[in-house]
Structure formats: structure tokens, C-alpha cells
Write a protein that binds this ligand. Sequence first.
Ligand code: ISL
Ligand code: CA
Length: 546
Amino acid sequence: MHNAQRNVDSIWWRDGVIYQIYPRSFADANGDGIGDLRGIIHHLDYLNDGTPNSLGIDAIWLSPIYPSPMHDFGYDVSNYHDVDPVFGTLADFDELLAQAHQRGIRIIMDLVVNHTSHEHPWFVESRSSRDSPKRDWYIWRDAVNGRPPNNWQAAFGGPAWTWDEATGQYYLHSFLPQQPDLNWRNPQVKEAVFQEIRFWLDRGVDGFRLDVANRLVKDEQLRDNPFRLGLRAYDRQYHIREENQPGTHEVWKAFRKLLDEYPQRMSVGEVYHDDPAVTASYYGDGTDELHLVFNFLFARCPWSARRFHKVIEDWERAVPPAGWPTYVLSNHDMPRHYSRYAAGADSDARAKVAAAMLITLRGTPFLYYGEEIGMREVHIPRDEILDPPGKRYWPFYRGRDGCRTPMQWDDSPNAGFSTSKPWLRVGPDYRQVNVAVESADPDSVLNFYRRLIWLRKSSPALQRGNYRALIERPTDVLAYLREGEDQVILVCLNFSPRPRVVDLSGMDLPVGAWRVVLSSERAAEGSMYRGKVGLSRYEVCVMEGE
Ligand code: ISL
Ligand code: CA
């Protein structure tokens, strides 16, 4: 009975693991040095061939593949219903979708609709004259005393307003001047964007990752942001006027209704905010807004069990009961977590602890391509920097290229990514850190990810059981239960380079005997613990109650 029940209940975006691909950097099939859709198709079996020899992910989130002048590498879209030639064609996309679906892999697109490219026909028309029918599709304002209408700053540096000489007004851009913000207060904008969304839903895509989901609607009166202390001009204000406006929730609620016209579709919103309650507000009541929302607060945690614990507890409390948490350690906007947590010879051990936490918590884990082989942040020399914020603005900021380098497949030239010079340099460690070498090593980071993901897949408690922390004020060890209907899992993670003992005797536990089902010390697997769990340095120990 339970099994039948489970199949009915299974929801792919809640039970599964989602893998982010930065398409320029995953695999280059046509030899121009830039990753493409065919390259992804060639590696689908690596991602999931239905056996534990593959990674076993359930869905791919593709960073943008739409036509774009690439000022922000695709986050500046000039056509929402096509594929940029650098990545391939719509036919390639359809093949990717079909081949992925054959393997049980879903495809999530990146939906970038806070802004378009300045080359999008909507903006070209909007800027053509003050009485263009699309003038109001973007946010245009007169100068005030020869200056922009308010103090808002662009996230990539400089004011958020750019003067348009021809029509004598400023337009608003949250990011680059080449990324003008759409005016979401205009109902025609919503209609036009929803039309584009239908294009992909009708093609069969399974969901959307929503770029800067908390920014769409801006303060109607365009009031100044209040001042706060910070290093960069952007950080010297609280972003209360251009973020988290009530109207933004209205847009996503309408979008949810559109998604719900199609079966099994999902959404995940990008919301950077310090307060988990604000982030969680994008779930609505858990059924009427976004399916999932990213919580990026792990990215701010140093290597500290206590700090991770706090983020988890706060998030568990913030997500509404009908909602579902998410966890993520790396993406295309931040330094890779392998390097954030690196500690010399202990770096791999730490990467395994981090991976086990990500994949055994209650919530959907998002992986970033390459983290499963322990790819490092790559140092990009100043004259090779391509990412706009790294190249254009602050002299100390290196940009985001270092986490976007080519996937390291093997030890052949260009790491097996391309037959010609890649668009960004390959990590200098690619001869040791790559898929081929790690596949052959049972103790590699890659094989550890595979084991974790396949264990999760076979465990209803890990997929959707409750979360309960067993150590209230952790110092070195996180210990928590994942309790399902007829399975209970105990996870112990030793963040410290010294052995630790978890004393189970005082704890309120449903069972007394624990069998190790996965450990970073493979020899420990199969053994039983009662009363205490002994952990070696940086040990990950996942146990099933008997
Ligand atoms: O990069 C950041 C932190 O490292 C953020 O400021 C980020 O730019 C912001 O959260 C929005 O990110 C998203 O939209 C941008 C795009 O450049 C990012 O790659 C994308 O993830 C503009 O579309
Ligand atoms: Ca290519």
C-alpha cells in the first residue's frame, strides 16, 4: 500500500536533485570553443543513464540559451522564443528535451524578464520615440534638475538610470545599461511575457528558474532608497523601493495560474535577501505562488556547523507548511564552494561533508555543474576577465568568470571540453580533477556525489521525511533525523578535523539501532551503532534506523 501511495505522491521537483548547467561551459560539440546544446546531449548519460554509474540527477536548469548580444552572457535576452546560434537551434533544443525526457531528466529554462536586452525589438520600439506605443513597456522618466529621478543604483555599478539622448529621458536598468527593466505595471507587458512562456510550456519544458524574482514591480512613486553603510555605492542603500513590492507577488500568482494549466510544471525563484521570511514570502501560502525559492544563505556561511545549523533552522521555520525548502551551495554568480571551504589536504573531505548536507537535508538540492568533481574557483588574469561587473567597474572585484570555466571531462587538451581554445581558460588542475580520473577512484568526490544521490533516490525518508535536529547548539557536528512514514534516517556530519562522538543516549529517538548505509569511510558501511556514533575526522555517516 505504501509503495502505491508513494508513486501517486511523487513530485519530481520535490523528490529529485536539480543540476544547473551554464551552457557556454559544459561541453562544446562543434569546436568553436563555446559550449552548446549538442554538447549537453552528448553528456546526458553522464547525468543520468538510469544506473548508479551516472550522477543520477532528475532535472537540468539551463542558464539562458535565448538569442542575446551577450553583454551579460545571455541574461540580456533579445528574443524570448528562439535559441542563440552559438548554442544551436530550436531543433537542437527539441532533441535535447526529447533525449532528456527519455532518461527521466526534466528541463528547466531560465526566465529573465525583469529586463530585456537593449536590442530586444520591444526596447528598440520603446526608445524610438516618446509616443511609441511601447514607450510605457519600459520605465522612462524626465531628468530632475539635470539628474536621474532617484538614487537607485545598478547592481553592476553606476546609477540605475541611463540618459537617452534621442528622446531626452532616462530609462531604468537594475543591471547593465544594455539590460533595460520592463515596466511590470503595464498589463501589456505581462500579456506579452506570458505569451512567450506559453511558447516553451507548449514545447514541453518542465519549469522555469526566475531571474531576480523579487524585482519585477518597482515603487510607483520611484522614491529614494534609504541610506546604509556599505563599500560599493550599490551596498550603501537598503533596496526597499525596487525589490519585494506587493505587485511582484501579484505577477507570480498570475504566473502560477498559467503554469497550473499544464501538468507537473514547476518554478523556482531567485531571491537574494538576508531575511528568510522575505525570501519565503515568494511561496505565497505554499500553493499559490512559486513552487520553490532559492535560499542563498549557505553562501554566506563560513566553515561552521553552527552557522549552517542556524540557516537550516531559520529556513525550516520560514517556509510555509505547504511549501518545500531548497538548498544550494554554488551557482554562476558566486565563487565555487569547493574553494570557499578549501583547507589544503582536507579540501576534498570538506567538499564531501558539504555535499552530504546539501543532499540529505529536507529540501530540493540544486547542484552547479562541476561541483560534483570538486571543481575549484579558477583564477582569471585581469586581461582575460569577460564578466561585465568584473571588467567594467570596481578595481578589486574579479567578476564571476572564475566559477564559469569549462567543465573538466578528462585529461586531454582543453579538459575534453572542446577541440579548440575555450572561451574561458580551463582550471589548471584539470589533469587530476576531471570526470574520467574520478570515475576510476572509488573515494573521489564524484563517486561520493553519485552514492549520495542514488541513496537519496532509494530512500523515501531522505526524499521527503521530516527534518529534526538532534544537537541544538552544534559546535563541530550536525546530527539530524529525516523521519518518513516507515523509514528513519540519522545523518551525522563531522565538520571538524578531529574525531568526534555523538552520544545518542540522551536523545529522543524512535529506534535504538542504526545501520550505516553510507559513509565517507566506506569500510564503516554496514556496521551497526547503538548508544553512540563514533565519527572520524570530517566523517559523513548516514544511518538507517532498524
Ligand atoms: O551576482 C550577484 C551576486 O554575486 C548578484 O548581484 C546577481 O547579479 C543578482 O542576484 C541577479 O542575478 C541574476 O540576474 C543578473 C545576472 O547577471 C545573474 O547572472 C543572474 O543570476 C542579471 O540578469
Ligand atoms: Ca560550440
